[in-house]
Write a protein that binds this ligand. Sequence first.
Ligand SMILES: [Fe+2]
Length: 385
Amino acid sequence: MIGFRMPTRILVEPGAVTRLPEVARSCAMQSCLLVVDPGLRENTEWLDIAQRALESTGIRTHVFDQLEPNPRTSTVSQAADVLRQAELDGVISLGGGSAIDAGKAAAMLAENELRIEQYEGKNRYAAPPRPFVAIPTTCGTGSEVTWVSVLSHEPTNSKMSIKGDTMFPNQALVDADLLQTLPPHLVAWTGMDAMTHAIEAITGAAANEVSDSLALSAASLLFRYLERAAGDIEGDSLARECVMRASTLAGMAFGNADVAGVHCLSESIGGLYDTPHGVTNAILLMPVLRFHRPFIVDRLALLDDACCPQEPETPAEAKAAHFLDELESLCRRLEIPSFSTLGVRPEDHGRLAEWAVRNGSNRSNPQPMPPSAYQRILDGLAGVA
Ligand SMILES: [Fe+2]
């Protein structure tokens, strides 16, 4: 069976952000909440450019920048309060995954009265969200084309997912020019998040032909251009455009085929330790893939064909091994840090493994993953006997 959904209208083009006023109007916004990363506001011109463009065409704006790198449920509740009190028609998120996930959930919460925890899960809300436009400024999240918002729930130190058929952004403006101000390590980390989305979509239990095609395109682009982009994001416009496109393609792939064990574990760790999502995935990707390897040889061979092809008659086992070696080499060249930098304490491995199993994406792993499987991965990374 193939099931595929993509209701978001997407414009992928350098300079697309200049189309923001017409896009906002097409979503019936006369006023909007601009949700932005605080770093983006401090260090770049992008918010000023977007705000000026909107205000010059008569669209009232209100900026919300009280965001954490892993957005909290309480922060989303505050943003929803602002939306209601200032009577704003919709939300425009400008930033990485935190700004987009927070804006997406705030647009829903503004129309629904219960506490945010009540909406965890799929389609738990009644009223459709306010109009929502997503403008990514990293090359990793993919949230601009998905129905999910992943938030940090402080009372339980865990991640919470809110999903809904009407939570897809109405429109996504995917403008590679916005990557120009992204520091090199964030290009690498968020790009490896996109790589993880593509690889988990291909190797997971919910993969299908449509998601495969999107994910293979994304992985192939990232293999060719991510290192170049991280090396010179400002000067290499081709690499910049390719990694931005790859991020959105990978978002469409995992939005339909799900993610799996890397994200289950990374969201557990991120919930407890507040580690950045992209680099946590980048660190966990190789060990989880090596753990799954006996179950995904054909899928890894497909990735090898798309990303680093060898002679066609090469056996699948050899292609799989080659792909994993090439991916590990790419992680090294991108200077992805070691597991120890995450600061995960061995005494937490047990509960992190339990939480990973409770993640909604655990069922999408290519093999059943009980807590002992995650614990083994964590213990192996930490060198625990
Ligand atoms: Fe991710």
